[in-house]
Write a protein that binds this ligand. Structure first.
Ligand SMILES: NC(=O)c1ccc[n+]([C@@H]2O[C@H](COP(=O)([O-])OP(=O)(O)OC[C@H]3O[C@@H](n4cnc5c(N)ncnc54)[C@H](OP(=O)(O)O)[C@@H]3O)[C@@H](O)[C@H]2O)c1
Length: 263
């Protein structure tokens, strides 16, 4: 019942993890603002919900930072507040450092890092004035470890940890919570949409994604982490061992990751 009548803004709501989160919050009678670039996909997600008067759409390109303040004002105009901001929208990468133009690195940082923090900064003043709010960010196992072909993606997710850990240290006394979720492999289109060295999408699904956790299972676990006001949670399969190996046995971890087939 804790989400009934609460206002949740979810980015990257047009597919995958974000879409699954929309349905979980909808089941729990929350009011939901759904955002992404593709309006037709957001309409589809909305139409799959019950009580569609509780769902509002805001088209949002996280790469276009100049409009984010205005988008936040639009969000506040719907239900007057945001209780939960779920920073989920993002893109992945499949390219070697040596082949990747700096513009691609900048694009990934612009979407995954600067877009996310711009939106957070636009929503934060309202939470601070109300002395309540919860900001959730979907990082990745790549936010904890770096692997081949993911340099900018991994950097963007690592950067989120620095930012949101700092934010938590500033706002906890204002009754604002920050939760960082680090999923492992999830069966979504993340690898299909991942950008390659020339900026085009990979357009095929990796085997690891194909065999990954279902987004609806992850969404349930994310809801549980939010309810329990967890600060950070790792959710995934055997791939999560890498996080603990890197922390506890960094040299062994490094020799494994160097020999791992780049996918
Ligand atoms: N799947 C995994 O294995 C996995 C693992 C760890 C972390 N994650 C993270 O989970 C999040 C969701 O990914 P997913 O797995 O659900 O992949 P997905 O199915 O490709 O979904 C990505 C979402 O982000 C949106 N998006 C992409 N670029 C955007 C932009 N410039 N502005 C606004 N929205 C944008 C997409 O919508 P539009 O194209 O309509 O804009 C889509 O809704 C990402 O942050 C990803 O890094 C995924």
């Amino acid at each position: 019942m804790i989400f009934k009548e609460k206002v949740v803004w979810i980015t990257g709501a047009s597919s995958g993890i974000g879409e699954a989160l929309v349905y979980e919050f909808n089941k729990r009678n929350a009011k939901i603002i759904i955002s992404a670039r593709r309006i037709d996909e957001l309409e589809r997600v909305k139409n799959n919900c019950k009580n569609i008067e509780n769902i509002r759409i805001i088209q949002l390109d996280l790469e276009n930072h100049d409009v984010i303040e205005e988008k936040a004002n639009q969000a506040f105009s719907f239900f007057g507040k945001i209780d939960y901001l779920i920073n989920n929208g993002g893109i992945s990468q499949r390219s070697l450092v040596s082949e990747t133009h700096l513009n691609i690195d900048k694009k990934i940082m612009d979407v995954n890092y600067f877009g996310t923090i711009a939106l957070t900064k636009a929503v934060l003043p309202n939470m601070l004035s109300r002395k309540t709010g919860h900001i959730i960010v979907i990082s990745s196992v790549a936010g904890k470890i770096g692997t081949a072909l993911r340099s900018a993606y991994s950097a963007s997710k690592h950067a989120l940890h620095g930012f949101f850990d700092s934010l938590r240290a500033e706002v906890w006394k204002e009754n604002i919570f920050v939760t960082i979720i680090c999923p492992g492999y999830v069966k979504t289109n993340v690898s299909v949409n991942a950008i390659t060295a020339d900026g085009t999408a990979q357009n095929s699904m990796d085997e690891n994604s194909e065999n990954g956790m279902l987004p609806e299972i992850l969404a349930e676990k994310i809801i549980k982490a939010i309810k329990n006001k967890k600060e950070e949670v790792n959710i995934g399969g055997p791939e999560m061992v890498g996080i603990y190996l890197k922390r506890c046995m960094p040299r062994i971890f490094s020799s494994i990751i160097k020999r791992r087939k780049a996918v």
